[in-house]
Design a binder for this molecule. Structure first.
Ligand code: NOJ
Length: 748
């Protein structure tokens, strides 16, 4: 009996200890407990292994061995679904602790269902729709075993020379915050462990978009106030939204590379924002600190990145090579390594990888009609109508018999996908030529000429073909712009005009006197002031993804009104850059009578104001601008009070009436201006927007509310405050004064 009791007690204790032994494997345990249990079991080498991310274009035995030895925590570009299954099987069954790998990939604007480039998506000003797009991307990517995307890119981009502006949400911190957060919600869903969601990565932290001269990877110099009031805003919003990871940027920020930057990575991200996810370096960015002249060698680069708080090193192996020795010598504290590894494990636990390591979405949703429909909706709403002389658009099918479709981008599937579409397949792209032929081929005689081999071609070889078909048509649709390879990473341009012989082509075609519709596909704002007056209408379609052709066709033929608005200011010429709407006023603001300067023609000085001699100081098209096929009237801007206190909420309302005869969506924009303060404030700041749908004749009261939060900014001492004083409140259809109604309030 006694023996039996002793044996049972032993059994009981054994069971208990077995149970505790399994804490990190027990799905019903709390994540923090699972993390600390696991950390307690890990060797230093295993911890460092979690901090290493490899790129893997091709499977090989060496990496499988390293996975089995616990020497790697993550892969990017890890091949096919089968390759990922193979790697993960080794990680969970052969490595000592069975810690799963996390597979990342650049799913930037859709996966197989390629959506418009992010700058195009931002032009929709429709976060609900953008969220759906990210859901589609996440569901498709997770079918292939991808757990983590390196998106959204929320770098404030005020420089269209910079090729990566294509990947951004544009120049405005508010718009980028809203759109970036919508993407994060879409990727991550309510539950990261669900089979159809993936972890997001807010990048590139921080300041990368301010590269001097618009040249990729270049130095950035951003005073702390500007950093906090502009560049950090979308990242702060992303952290609030619960973004799983961040990526540290390539750039030197105020003398300290972003990947070794204690101030942004530790003080702001972890201490102020209490971020507990993980930061992955950009590709090789740890090693690049040597080139920056910030680290003597790989060892010093590792110390600086680790101590600043970069949890995982992408591709290069400075952590793997030097961390053990750095910990032994006391240059890096093992407790800090635990904190960094905990950040990585936390995301792996939240993704459910310990419980369901493959994380493969079993539903077959890739390229379904539902997904394509969402891609088409996004493309449709991303298109911006910049000019429409004599209401040439929409085209009236009953008045056209012969249609000329001209240009190297009318039928260029790969270019339509845009930059960063690793998993897109040109075979799935519906080009404008295809879409228009399919829809109207039986009603119209459609002629097509490429006119130029590529958008960059410098010969006029095929001009005659184009002129010939244009000559016998009632209308010419001209598809120009940039091919995909002209934008994206390192694809920066010092000239922003339509490349190759495109302007000459417009010249020639315009001489025919036919209605000429220019559709520009591009990855950035281009400058085309020289030719804008030679065409009737201009549609800016960005790189619109697989469904772009149908979206463009629907807009051209009036199935739907364009409703996109610019998320970035369009300069008249490169010399105006940087040009953005939320600039400061200067001591000598130019006046409207200093306008009217023809591009490139120097005139006499006309007063000592902040303007150019040889071009208007105003942009070609302002931020928030975009026409529709209808006309809209804004009236009755009314405020709940003229004086508000800090804890009050100001109600703002405006009536918007569709005074035309076309159903349309309209983006109603709200800006404020803090007229004077302890530091100078921008002439306008976007603080709200709503996209509404109006039938002809319909009127809608649109309401906004503003609270103290909306009036706050970082002052000279980096206090986040709202200062009493006068504010202007603007509501209207673009950031341009002439499109805005204005009222004043006093904040007490
Ligand atoms: C470098 C790019 O800067 C970054 O955005 C991307 O996510 C990584 N490479 C991984 O491909």
């Amino acid at each position: 009996m006694f023996n039996f009791i002793r044996l049972s007690a032993l059994f009981f204790f054994l069971n208990i200890s077995l149970f505790f032994a399994q804490i990190y494997k027990n799905p019903s345990e709390n994540i923090e407990k699972r993390i600390s249990d696991l950390l307690n079991r890990m060797t230093l080498q295993e911890k460092i292994g979690q901090m290493q991310q490899y790129n893997l274009w091709e499977m090989n035995d060496k990496v499988l061995e390293e996975v089995a030895d616990g020497k790697v925590g993550s892969f990017l570009n890890a091949g096919s679904k089968e390759d990922k299954i193979k790697l993960q099987t080794v990680a969970v069954s052969k490595s000592r602790l069975g810690i799963p790998l996390i597979f990342g990939r650049d799913v930037i604007h859709g996966y197989k269902t390629v959506l418009p480039i992010p700058l195009g998506q931002a032009s929709t000003w429709n976060p609900d729709l953008i969220k759906k797009g990210a859901e589609v991307a996440a569901a498709e990517a997770s079918e292939d075993g991808i757990h983590w995307t390196f998106a959204p890119m929320i770098d404030i981009s005020r420089d269209p020379r910079w090729g990566r502006i294509a990947e951004s949400c544009g120049e405005d911190p508010f718009l980028a915050s809203v759109m970036g957060s919508a993407m994060i919600h879409g990727f991550q869903g309510e539950n990261l462990a669900a089979p159809n969601t993936i972890a997001a990565c807010a990048k590139h932290y921080v300041g990368y978009g301010a590269a001097e001269g618009g040249r990729d990877y270049n130095t950035t110099l951003i005073p702390e106030g500007e950093l906090r009031n502009i560049y950090l805003k979308p990242f702060q919003a992303a952290v609030k939204t619960g973004v799983a990871t961040l990526m540290s940027a390539f750039n030197d920020l105020n003398g300290v590379p972003a990947t070794g930057n204690n101030f942004t990575l530790k003080k702001i991200l972890r201490k102020e924002w209490l971020y507990d996810g993980f930061v992955v370096s950009d590709w090789g960015a740890v090693s690049e600190m040597i080139n920056h002249g910030f680290a003597k060698d790989g060892e010093e680069a590792a110390v600086k990145a680790v101590n600043a708080g970069v949890n995982m090193e992408m591709v290069t192996e400075n952590y793997k090579t030097h961390l053990t020795q750095l910990i032994n010598s006391g240059k890096v504290k093992v407790e800090w390594i635990d904190t960094l590894v905990a950040g990585i494990l936390r995301v792996k636990f939240k993704l459910g990888l310990f419980d369901n390591p493959f994380g493969i979405n079993p539903s077959k949703t890739t390229l379904t009609n539902t997904n394509k429909k969402i891609a088409k909706e996004i493309a449709t709403e991303s298109i911006v109508l910049l000019q429409n002389r004599n209401s040439t658009l929409p085209l009236n099918i009953d008045k056209i018999n012969n249609l000329a479709i001209v240009g190297p981008l009318a039928d260029a599937p790969a270019d339509q996908l845009g930059t960063w579409s690793l998993d897109g397949n040109p075979a799935n792209v519906i080009t404008p030529l295809k879409a228009i032929k399919k829809e109207f081929g039986h009603k119209l005689k459609i002629y097509y000429s490429k006119a130029m081999e590529t958008p960059r071609s410098n010969d006029r070889k095929y001009f005659n073909d184009a002129l010939e078909i244009a000559g016998k048509s009632d209308c010419v649709l001209l598809f120009l712009g940039e091919d995909a390879m002209l934008s994206g990473e390192t694809h920066c341009r010092a000239f922003l005009n339509l490349p190759g012989k495109q302007e000459e082509l417009i010249d020639e075609l315009s001489k025919l006197g036919k209605p000429l519709i220019l559709i520009i596909l591009a990855g950035r704002p281009l400058t085309f002031g020289n030719v804008a007056n030679k065409v009737n209408s201009i549609l800016y379609a960005w790189h619109p993804g697989i469904m772009g052709g149908e979206a463009i066709s629907d807009i051209l033929f009036g199935k739907v009104s364009p409703s996109g608005k610019l998320p970035v200011t369009f300069p008249r010429t490169v010399g105006q850059i940087p040009i953005y709407y939320n600039h400061k006023n200067t001591g000598r603001p130019p006046s409207p009578n200093q306008l009217g300067r023809t591009l490139g023609t120097p005139e006499n000085p006309d007063g000592y104001a902040s303007y150019y001699l040889d071009v208007d100081y105003t942009p070609a098209y302002p931020f928030g601008y975009g026409l529709t096929y209808s006309s809209l009237k804004y009236s009755n801007l009314s405020l709940s009070d003229k004086t508000i206190k800090l804890d009050d909420t100001l109600q703002v309302s405006v009536s918007v009436t569709n005074t035309g005869n076309f159903r349309t969506k309209e983006i109603v924009e709200l800006y404020i201006r803090d007229l004077y303060g302890s530091i100078t404030r921008p002439v306008k700041e976007l603080k709200g927007f709503k996209k509404i749908d109006l039938a002809p004749g319909e009127s809608r009261k649109v309401k906004f509310s503003l609270s103290a939060e909306d009036f706050k900014f970082y002052d000279i001492n980096m206090n986040y405050i709202a200062e009493p004083g006068e504010f202007e409140i603007f509501v209207g259809g673009s950031s341009n004064d002439k499109d805005l109604l204005k009222e004043k309030i006093i904040l007490k």
